[in-house]
Design a protein around this ligand. Structure first.
Ligand code: AHR
Length: 500
């Protein structure tokens, strides 16, 4: 079938904040222990961090990493994770019903972030702890010296402060599963007072306030409104989370769900604007979409395992190890396109998570590592999706699915590179059956030449990459056609096309 797109230099969405290519690391399952950190692994460096993982994370070029949770934060005591390692207590983690050994804590995290070239988004526990603990951690991390907590950090061997700029106030606190669950008003007040005090202590920081656990939760909407009403002057970003599922095995409907993703961002954007008018505020709040991905393959079984564990409290068991398939990679690619299309609102984002848990990077013992299918759209978008996002005018065939009508089969956005010498189009053909023949109009970009076309295609939507078969779903280099006015996308494919 046929489609048409127009990209023009003047159709600017926004300069892209590179932090939209951020990720998330939680003390959960084998993300930290066995993923990032494993002193027994043959690739481990002198600090016990896996070099193969560091290399793969560096490939993804991750500018910001949110840590240490997630749900884990609900019972986390940061003081347990600093100081001499042999003195660190083992504590029950109630979120995932495991034992946390605290061998990796604030300072080790910061060491590791340096190795992968990322800055931190540090989350504080306001569900079971509170303002003072957040202030103490901030002092520990960001003050040069001369106070109890900054001197404590120095005594732990970290003379220079970490100077963490971005701080998140709790996580998904309306979730019924959270220890210390809060009502919208309770959270709004604690978020306001914590942010106010933290900013008073360190005027250089930015605050991310937690949004509702998700669109489907009863408090969604009211949560965000109450939060902004109470805490408007102190918040810089509002955190949103979104995971998609395909339990019905309905590919067409699954791919259409990214329309809802777009809608989700836009409606929260409208709420933010409304609250700005209502509160007569000059403070712009942006969106931090700091958990996004597909999550459903392992979900039910994992939750049952945790529920049925009885007296067993394992250390770093296999949890949430999603074997992402080809259609999941298409959805991840489409979510990245939506983030770019909304880059005027979304300034921070994090695919959840980075290693082993809901992850693009998977590890096994003895230096074995493979890349889940979602690695590839993330890799290419992070590499070539930096600069200025350009809105496309798209004329595409449409389809109806179980929950959606008029779903365009073609979804695309373009990025003008930072040096303005290249234009990269990210595009998906959602048609299960038809190759798409696209007439391309680049208007004011003048004469362009295609220099690369990478496509993720597979005959089997359920194809996965595994330790023994790691290259099952891999991007292909397509034949480059020098004329820029015509493009062919295979049915069910994610594509990156670069022009000069
Ligand atoms: O990423 C897994 C979990 O999903 C996080 O801990 C939580 O914030 C979300 O519900």
């Amino acid at each position: 079938s046929k489609a048409r797109f127009i990209f023009d230099k003047d159709y600017i969405i926004s300069r892209i904040d590179n932090r939209i290519y951020g990720s998330f690391v939680e003390n959960l399952g084998r993300c930290v222990y066995g993923g990032i950190y494993d002193p027994q692994d043959p690739t481990a460096d002198s600090d016990g961090f896996r070099q193969d993982v560091i290399d793969a994370v560096n490939e993804l070029n991750v500018p910001m990493i949110r840590l240490p949770g997630g749900n884990f934060v609900a019972t986390y005591i940061w003081e347990d994770g600093v100081g001499p390692r042999d003195k660190r207590p083992r504590k029950p983690d109630l979120a995932w019903k495991c034992i946390e050994t605290n061998q990796i804590g604030t300072n080790e995290y910061m060491d590791w972030l340096q190795k992968v070239g990322a800055e931190a988004m540090m989350t504080v526990n306001v569900g079971t702890r509170g303002i003072l603990d957040a202030l103490n951690l901030l002092d520990y991390c960001n003050r040069e010296s001369g106070t109890y907590y900054s001197d404590l950090r120095v005594s732990h061997g970290y003379k220079k402060p970490h100077r963490i700029k971005t701080w998140a106030i709790g996580n998904e606190l309306d979730g019924v599963w959270q220890v210390g669950q809060q009502t919208p008003f309770e959270y709004a007040r604690i978020a306001r007072e914590t942010a106010k005090a933290m900013k008073r202590q360190d005027g250089s920081i930015e605050i991310v306030a937690a949004g509702s656990a998700g669109q489907e939760y009863p408090t969604f909407g009211d949560w965000e409104q109450t939060l902004i009403q109470e805490a408007h002057p102190y918040i810089d970003y509002l955190s949103l989370h979104q995971y998609y599922l395909n339990v019905e095995k309905d590919t067409a409907n699954f791919l259409a769900k990214t329309l809802a993703f777009d809608d989700y961002i836009k409606s929260i954007g409208s709420l933010i604007d409304y609250m700005k008018v209502k509160n007569k505020s000059h403070n712009n709040i942006y969106i931090s979409l700091d958990e996004w991905n597909v999550w459903y393959h392992t979900r039910k079984d994992d939750m049952a395992t945790i529920r049925d564990r009885g007296d067993e409290w394992p250390i770093a068991p296999r949890l949430l190890e999603e074997p992402y398939n080809f259609e999941d990679a298409l959805v991840a690619g489409a979510m990245l396109i939506a983030l770019l299309r909304n880059s005027d609102r979304v300034k921070i984002a994090a695919y959840a998570q980075l290693v082993n848990v809901l992850a693009p990077i998977m590890t096994d013992k003895k230096g074995q590592l493979w890349k889940n299918t979602i690695f590839y759209p993330i890799y290419y978008t992070s590499k070539f999706g930096r600069g200025t996002a350009i809105q496309g005018v798209i004329d595409s065939p449409k389809y109806d699915s179980k929950d959606f009508t008029d779903v365009p089969v073609l979804d695309a956005v373009a990025v003008l590179s930072e040096d303005e010498t290249e234009l990269t189009v990210f595009a998906i053909n959602k048609s299960l059956t038809d190759r798409l023949d696209i007439q391309c109009d680049f208007r004011s970009f003048g004469r362009l030449e295609m220099i690369q076309h990478v496509s993720l295609e597979n005959e089997d939507v359920y194809a996965v990459n595994t330790l023994t078969n790691p290259d099952c779903v891999m991007p292909k280099d397509k034949k480059v056609t020098p004329e820029a006015n015509h493009l062919v996308l295979e049915s069910l494919s994610w594509n990156m096309i670069r022009y000069k």
